[in-house]
Design a protein around this ligand. Structure first.
Ligand code: AMP
Length: 421
């Protein structure tokens, strides 16, 4: 029986793989401009990191992790997100001892056992940045603006920025109580998930998608009315920074995001044309996380964006285009000696940095010409016994339509001149 890729995973290949390379290049370019350096953390971590860092009461930890015991009996988890791992690395390498802030970016696969659908996979990729060591709303604004600049580089237009503040451990408890008070009279009518949320994570009552639950408490109390002085000032200043940077946003009082570690700012980016999975990225401030994974209290803010969704939108909007790689020269050999010479010359051209291809599957000359055309080769150099005797190849310029004899030794120069005048 044929073995297929596991459900929720996909192969990225050919032209799409080149699009991904482009998107990665764009990220590196932007990261250099903004001063973020790359971090590559392991694909798997100790399960405890996510239980502590992401939070026990979150969907991710409760039901989406790929967790297994390794052969040494340790509980290991394929990373479902990368902020906790990056902060683990921050603490482990004592990055806080260096001049602050620490600005890091990453790109790589994440794993969540979710129900696969359009735009939702079990192995997907995220790019993200983490701005660690600054409590200033300017850092929040930078992270948001970086994301928007990145979308722009991918040719993505019309991104909506949703913004909220969910307060801090000082003011959030009061808000949670107010929320519970609002939902309590109708507790029995809520969906099963919300009944649980009510007990373990009441903020998440706000992002229940069920229309029935939403109708039960159509106007829940707004968190902004409960923020402490510090959180309110942070939120006000952030809005000012965004205005100064020309970032338009909508306030979204329901935006709490699924993860436990957020404090103060939360934000999300949505784009049209993705159907129900329209979030292309999101993030927020997580001032408590570094401490949670064993470090000194360190304020931080970050973002993560789903690459599959970004690439889908970028393609749909025509912003990300690639040319397929084409050989400059196709070496077409005739007969045994010609075939051997074709191989030798192809490698010579490659040594000179010129993409060259030759036949290894015994095609006829006619079939080689056809194949060279399919590959989009600019030149086809034909080499048979007669050419070998004269030390030349018959070089056809597929763009100009002409043909001339070129000495083997001059071949590289000949094709080089035409492609890099
Ligand atoms: P989160 O870490 O849940 O805040 O997700 C950040 C972004 O990652 C989302 O806005 C999505 O674009 C993307 N994302 C999250 N989960 C998935 C998934 N299962 N499949 C594809 N993309 C995802």
């Amino acid at each position: 029986m044929e073995i297929t890729a596991p459900r929720g995973t996909r192969d990225i290949m050919f032209e799409e793989a080149r699009l991904w390379q482009r998107a990665e290049e764009a990220l590196r370019q932007l990261a250099d401009l903004y001063g973020y350096s790359e971090i590559r953390t392991p694909i798997f971590e100790h399960t405890e990191l996510f239980v502590r860092g992401v939070g026990e009461a979150t969907d991710i930890v409760e039901k989406e992790m790929y967790t297994f015991s390794d052969r040494g009996g340790r509980s290991i988890t394929l990373r479902p997100e990368n902020t906790a791992p990056v902060m683990r690395a921050f603490v482990e390498h004592n990055m806080g001892a260096k001049a602050q802030p620490t600005k890091l970016f990453y790109f790589g696969p994440m794993f969540r056992y979710e129900r696969p659908q359009a735009g939702r996979f079990r192995q997907f990729h995220q790019m993200g940045i983490e701005y660690t060591g600054s409590a200033s709303p300017m850092a929040d604004a930078e992270v948001i603006r970086f994301s928007l600049d990145y979308f722009k580089m991918l040719g993505i237009k019309q991104v909506k920025v949703h913004l909220n503040s969910i307060g801090c451990p000082d003011c959030r408890p009061r808000y949670k109580e107010a929320l519970k008070d609002a939902y309590r009279p109708n507790l029995e009518s809520l969906c099963e998930s919300c009944k649980k949320r009510f007990e373990v994570n009441p903020l998440r009552l706000l992002d229940c998608k069920s229309p029935e639950c939403r109708a039960i408490v159509p106007d829940p109390p707004e968190v902004e009315d409960f923020l402490c002085g510090d959180c309110l000032e942070h939120f006000t200043k952030l809005k000012g920074c965004l205005k100064a940077l020309g970032v338009e946003y909508v306030k979204d009082p329901r935006l709490v995001r699924g993860l436990d570690y957020y404090t103060k700012t939360t934000f999300e980016f949505t784009s049209e044309g993705l159907g129900s999975q329209d979030a292309i990225g999101g993030g927020g401030r997580y001032d408590g996380l570094v401490q949670e994974v064993g470090g000194a209290p360190t304020p931080s803010v970050g973002v993560a964006c789903g690459m599959e969704r970004l690439i889908t939108v970028a393609r749909a909007q025509g912003g990300l285009e690639v040319d397929s790689a084409k050989p400059v020269a196709y070496l077409a050999g005739l007969g045994e000696a010609g075939t051997a010479k074709a191989m030798e010359l192809a490698f010579k051209l490659r040594e000179d940095g010129l993409a060259a291809e030759f036949d290894t599957i015994g095609r006829s000359l006619k079939a080689q010409m056809k194949y060279a055309d399919k590959l989009g080769a600019r030149f086809v150099a034909i080499i048979g016994d007669e050419e070998i005797a004269k030390g030349v190849a018959v070089v056809k310029d597929m763009a100009e339509g002409n043909q001339l004899e070129v000495r083997f030794d001059d071949l590289a120069q000949h094709v080089q001149r035409a492609v890099r005048p």
